[in-house]
Structure formats: structure tokens, C-alpha cells
Design a protein around this ligand. Structure first.
Ligand SMILES: Cc1cc2nc3c(=O)[nH]c(=O)nc-3n(C[C@H](O)[C@H](O)[C@H](O)COP(=O)(O)OP(=O)(O)OC[C@H]3O[C@@H](n4cnc5c(N)ncnc54)[C@H](O)[C@@H]3O)c2cc1C
Length: 329
């Protein structure tokens, strides 16, 4: 594994929210072995919540039961790489992929010949481009920061002009919170940093360690395998478009990529099996989630319409939206 970051997991470009295992079962009912995959070490958990609050543009609050943890992602990513290293992988940091030429990955540390290449290089994946797999058609800017102070233990999502086309969040930790927002740049001309400062000031707090990232919002790429190259995570567009969450899907798909590669190298199985496997597990929820986002886009431009649609959906509909289920049965 090579990563251009000097330190894995840092800077943190994430809200750090991970649904608990029982929620994961309800979001991804077709995926077995979630317990093993999401056996999260307590040392990387920075807070817990059992309630999710949707806050409408006019301040109406819809509370749903939803259990999640706030990760310390700087530690969580290191924890994952440690597991991979224990299983035989080798990690080299501070080195970048530059180009791919058939079975040769050209990198800042020279050429690496590879039987299989996995692109887990995020929303602007160079691997995807080099393999001719394209890139997500739509990405939203999302910015996050740390805020000090005491927050109640509910995760809060604020909708409306605070983050047009997206939402602003407060994800509490034992101490302080991860505060951020993501929005559709076509609906808002304000710079992400200015929008975040404005939101944080309404909390009477100060933003520390701001980081900007991009979230693929147009669903998975049409194809995530080409020749000897596989894409995983944001590189493949495996993000729940209705809430921007991508950690669970990246991990589920990552495990499937590992299985398909093992089968390819030891039994001559097809790498293209990866495509079929991950879509059968998370493809359905990702599709429903994308449909929800597209429907929401109709209401997002107007605070009144958005408030009205949230009232129409009510707690039950919002609960279904967050779990990537069809809004109406
Ligand atoms: C502000 C923000 C908040 C978010 N909040 C949440 C949340 O609360 N919960 C959730 O589930 N998801 C959230 N997401 C989405 C989540 O962060 C991603 O879906 C998840 O990190 C996907 O992981 P990944 O490994 O595919 O990509 P990334 O985490 O982006 O990792 C890609 C890695 O590839 C490396 N890399 C890139 N290009 C190269 C290159 N050329 N050579 C070498 N290395 C390279 C990078 O250094 C990086 O380490 C959020 C995203 C943003 C931007």
C-alpha cells in the first residue's frame, strides 16, 4: 500500500460518524459478517449517540432513534492499516501514484510491477482516470472542524440555507464535537470556510483544525473494474448520496475486493467478480439513497418547500431516508 500522506488518517477530512452494528444491519441487510468487519476497537471511539435530530430550516426538530459512534478517525485509519499489516500488507507513506501503464504503477518511489492494482485513492482518484473508469459526475464540497465545549449526546443535522442541497452537522464527542457542513456548489456561491465559520459562530464556538474535502454524490461509477485494476470506496463513488456517509460502504466493498483478488491469484477467479459481489451487497441501498438525494434536490432551493417536505415525510420518512430505504412503501 502506498499513500501520499505522511501520516495515515491525518488531516481528518470526515464527520467521523459510524452507525452502530444494528443500524448497519438495517441499512445493508444483504451483507453478512458485519460484526467481524465492524469490530471497532474502543480506543478509536471518541463518543456515542443514540439519537439523530433532523432540524428543519425553521428550527423544527425531528428526533429518531439511531445509534452511532463518533470515531477518532486519525486513530481509526491507523487501526485499519495496522490490521492490514498484521495480515501481511506493507504500508509506505509519503509516496504518490503518478501513472499506470498496464501492469506498472509509476510512483514517486519508482516503478512497481503489480498483478492487481487497487485504487482506494479517494474522490479524485488518479487510478480511476488512468484505468479509463472516469470519475463521479458530481461531488459536493464538505468542510469539517473541531469545536470545544460540552454538547448533548444527539447527532444533529441542520437543513436549509445553512448548507444548500446538503446539511450542516454537529457530531458530539465525549469532549467537544465534530462540526461541519457539505453543500451543492451549484446552489451556494459562499466559500466552504466562510459558510462553516458562520455556522460555528451560531454555536458560540470557535472552529479548530478546519479541513476541506469532496464527497462523491452521483452514485457509484458505471464500472469499478478494468483489466487488472479495481476501485474501492470514494474512488468508486461508493457513498450514500442521501447523507454523504462512505466509511461503511468502503469497508464492505474493500473486503469483497480482497476476497476477489485472493480468488483470482490462487484459483484463477475473475477480478470482475468484485463488481458483482459488492453491488449485490450495497448496490441496492446506494441506488435508493441516490434516488432520495435527487428527490430532495427538488425541494432544497427553497427553505419553505424543504420545511414542507420534511413535515410531509415526518419522523418515519426521515428515518427511512437515513437508512437508505425507499421513502414511501
Ligand atoms: C468533510 C467530510 C465529512 C465526511 N463525514 C463522513 C462521516 O461522518 N461518515 C462517513 O461514513 N463518511 C463521511 N465522509 C465520507 C468518508 O470520509 C469517505 O467516504 C471515506 O473516507 C472513504 O474512504 P476512501 O479510503 O475511499 O478515501 P479517502 O479517505 O479519501 O482516502 C484516500 C487516500 O488515498 C490517498 N491518495 C489519494 N491520491 C493518491 C495518490 N495519487 N497516490 C497515493 N495516495 C493517494 C490519500 O492520501 C488518502 O489517504 C465524509 C467526507 C468528507 C469530505
Amino acid at each position: 500500500m502506498i499513500d501520499r500522506r505522511r501520516e495515515i488518517g491525518y488531516p481528518v477530512q470526515c464527520g467521523e460518524l459510524l452507525p452502530d452494528i444494528e443500524e448497519m444491519h438495517s441499512i445493508f441487510p444483504a451483507t453478512a459478517g458485519l460484526e467481524e468487519l465492524f469490530d471497532i476497537d474502543p480506543s478509536v471511539v471518541a463518543g456515542r449517540s443514540h439519537v439523530l435530530e433532523f432540524i428543519s430550516p425553521r428550527g423544527r426538530v425531528y428526533r429518531i432513534d439511531f445509534s452511532s459512534c463518533s470515531l477518532d478517525r486519525r486513530l481509526f485509519d491507523k487501526h485499519l492499516t495496522k490490521k492490514a499489516e498484521e495480515a501481511g500488507a506493507r504500508l509506505i507513506t509519503g509516496e504518490s501514484l503518478l501513472a499506470i501503464d498496464d501492469d506498472i504503477a509509476k510512483t514517486t518511489m519508482g516503478e512497481i510491477r503489480a498483478k492487481v492494482i487497487v485504487g482506494a485513492d479517494g474522490p479524485n482518484s488518479l487510478t480511476a482516470r488512468e484505468a479509463g473508469l472516469g470519475r463521479p459526475r458530481l461531488s459536493y464540497p464538505a468542510i469539517t472542524c473541531k469545536v470545544e465545549g460540552q454538547f448533548d449526546d444527539s447527532v444533529k443535522m441542520f437543513f436549509g440555507s445553512v448548507a444548500p442541497g446538503g446539511y450542516a452537522w454537529i457530531i458530539p464527542k465525549k469532549s467537544g464535537a465534530n462540526v461541519g457542513l457539505g453543500y451543492c456548489s451549484g446552489m451556494c456561491k459562499e466559500r466552504p470556510s466562510a459558510a462553516l465559520e458562520r455556522f460555528v459562530s451560531t454555536l458560540g464556538a470557535k472552529a479548530r483544525d478546519k479541513t476541506l474535502g469532496f464527497v462523491p454524490m452521483s452514485g457509484p461509477l458505471r464500472s469499478t473494474v478494468a483489466g487488472r485494476t479495481l476501485l474501492v470506496g470514494d474512488a468508486a463513488g461508493q457513498v450514500m448520496a442521501s447523507n454523504g456517509g462512505g466509511i461503511p460502504t468502503a469497508m464492505i466493498a474493500g473486503r469483497e475486493a480482497g476476497e476477489a483478488i485472493r480468488n483470482h491469484l490462487s484459483n484463477g477467479g475473475k477480478l470482475a467478480d468484485y463488481e458483482r459481489r459488492w453491488r449485490s451487497l450495497v448496490g441496492g441501498p446506494l441506488k435508493t439513497s441516490l434516488r432520495t438525494r435527487r428527490l430532495a434536490d427538488i425541494f432544497f432551493p427553497s427553505n419553505t418547500m424543504l420545511g414542507f417536505s420534511m413535515a410531509l415525510l415526518g419522523k418515519r420518512g426521515l428515518d427511512r431516508a437515513v437508512r437508505c430505504k425507499r421513502l414511501f412503501l
